[in-house]
Design a protein around this ligand. Structure first.
Ligand code: GLN
Length: 494
């Protein structure tokens, strides 16, 4: 079978089930493709030997009669998930050479489903960033235009899927790190409700916001992945106690009153005024509105809603996330975890030198901001105030959900920018997170699906946000859109 890389997870799964291809063949094909596209910088490590061994096991399981949807499907993990068999760096020099004694729950679950791990994927250092330029191991390039960023922080995951190096990949989203890179690279990604995927073994950035999720070519691919990745985990105290979900079944659920031509009949899509500001790039605005018109054709109704504190989500997030990061990253002290300086005088000097040497500029900036906003005298003015606003932002969403079933808008204010364009300007990066931060602060599920193209032929994503645990509704709407359009099927010519 030629062009195996053109198959997404669902397509490959069907080919595997029909014995048109074996997992060893698919794995071999993709490993060659990964090697041929090293210049994209997506992979931090590749495990050809381990992958071929897992593929052979998956083929044997299939031969013995097993039929799991992901059995034998290759993937790769964002290098923020700890793995026993492979190094884990979180994109930081701090963890160069680190080997975890255990696997993250998401990794364990996907392995149990029979997936084949090709390697680990580049990301911004400790998942802090929006362009993947904060990785200590070099930037990742956007396969649509190698002079542009893939988005971040899960830039390696997005590029690997968009460049057809892997059918699916894992990522994490604290303030947009699945949705924004999915949008920038023309693929589909979903950040579930906080608590749906276990955070056990996910290197912590901002614990009250961090959430794992999948990248794929389509909503169908994401549904297969999310079904395998999600579920209660007693090792994560914030894990949601719910029965296992079959998200693939949600794709084809028929809504009351719906028809084949109008599968979204009755679905009310809320458009927050604040998600369509004058400053929104015209190409993004155009692509998003065209996608909304398509959703209308599929039976959905559009209603105007308001998220009045959208702009405030930027200062709120950039207080809360650094505050939590400053605490989480204290464990990297050269004793318990992380790089230790060669030369030092006493213990304090060892801490200082180790951390100064191994953390990058953005991580240091956040540790300083976080320590400041938590410090005595500033806590009330910054951290506490931000927490109060976070609650109000979540309440604003609940008010919207009395008027609509899902919320839609752009993922980012522009298409992917050029490498280097914003790398010296942290605030410019932060401002570009405006449309993804609100759902993160509220803990709501959000997804990005390819909606069209903009400037330079670059992909534009449509964001859908649902109420708590409404991942099925988002995936269903995205699937209906993808059955009627082919934006998700377009691949960069590399
Ligand atoms: N861009 C945001 C940040 O820099 C979000 C990152 C993320 O979701 N991990 O914090």
């Amino acid at each position: 079978m030629k062009d195996l890389h053109q198959l997404g997870a669902a397509g490959l799964s069907r080919a595997l089930a029909a014995r048109q291809v074996s997992s060893v063949e698919a794995t071999t094909h993709l490993l060659a493709r990964v090697a041929a596209h090293e210049h994209l910088g997506a992979f931090l490590c590749v495990d050809a030997e381990g992958a071929l061994r897992q593929a052979a096991q998956a083929d044997a399981r299939r031969a013995a009669g097993e039929t799991g949807a992901l059995l034998g499907v290759p993937l790769a993990h964002k290098d923020i998930f700890v793995t026993e068999a492979l190094p884990t760096t979180a994109g930081s020099k701090m963890l160069a050479g680190y080997r975890s004694p255990f696997d993250a729950t998401v990794v364990t679950r996907l392995a149990a489903a029979g997936t084949v791990t090709l390697g680990k994927l580049n990301c911004d250092e400790f998942a802090m960033g929006s362009s993947n330029e904060n990785s200590a191991f070099g930037p990742v390039k956007n396969p649509w235009d190698a002079t542009r960023v893939p988005g971040g922080s899960s830039g390696g995951s997005a590029t690997a899927v968009a460049a057809r190096l892997v059918p699916v990949a894992t990522g994490t989203d604290t303030g947009g790190s699945i949705r924004q890179p999915a949008s920038f690279t023309g693929i589909t990604g979903i950040k579930p409700t906080y608590g749906v995927c276990s955070r056990y073994g996910m290197i912590a950035f901002a614990s009250s916001l961090d959430q794992a999720g999948p990248f794929g070519r389509s909503a169908e691919d994401c549904a297969l992945m999310l079904s395998a990745m999600s579920g209660f985990d007693e090792r994560d105290a914030t894990s949601a106690q719910r029965p296992p979900q079959d998200y693939a079944a949600a794709l084809t659920t028929v809504r009351a009153g719906a028809s084949a031509a109008q599968p979204l009949k009755g679905l009310r899509i809320g458009l927050p005024t604040e998600f369509f500001p004058a400053a929104l790039a015209a190409d993004v605005d155009g692509a998003v509105r065209a996608a909304l018109a398509e959703l209308q054709k599929l039976g959905a109704t559009l209603v105007d809603v308001s998220l009045p504190r959208t702009e405030l989500s930027i200062p709120v997030y950039y207080i809360i996330a650094p505050a939590e990061a400053s605490s989480n990253l204290s464990r990297f002290d050269g004793v318990r975890f992380g790089h230790r300086a060669d030369k030092y005088t006493d213990l304090l000097d060892m801490y200082k030198k180790s951390r100064a040497e191994a953390f990058g500029a953005e991580v240091k900036r956040r540790i300083m901001i976080g320590t400041y906003v938590l410090s005595h005298g500033y806590y009330d003015a910054y951290y506490l105030q931000a927490q109060k606003l976070r609650r109000m932002i979540a309440d604003d969403f609940q008010h919207c959900f009395t008027q609509c079933d899902v919320i839609a808008g752009p993922v980012a204010p522009t298409v992917a920018w050029k490498l280097g364009d914003k790398s010296d300007d942290p605030v410019a990066n932060y401002l570009a997170d405006i449309f993804t931060l609100p759902a993160s602060l509220a803990g709501l599920p959000g997804m990005s699906l390819p909606a069209g193209t903009g400037e330079g032929g670059m992909p534009v994503g449509l964001q859908l946000i649902g109420n708590y645990f409404q991942e099925g509704t988002l995936l269903h709407a995205a699937h209906a859109f993808q059955q009627a359009t082919d934006w998700h099927a377009q691949a960069p010519s590399i």
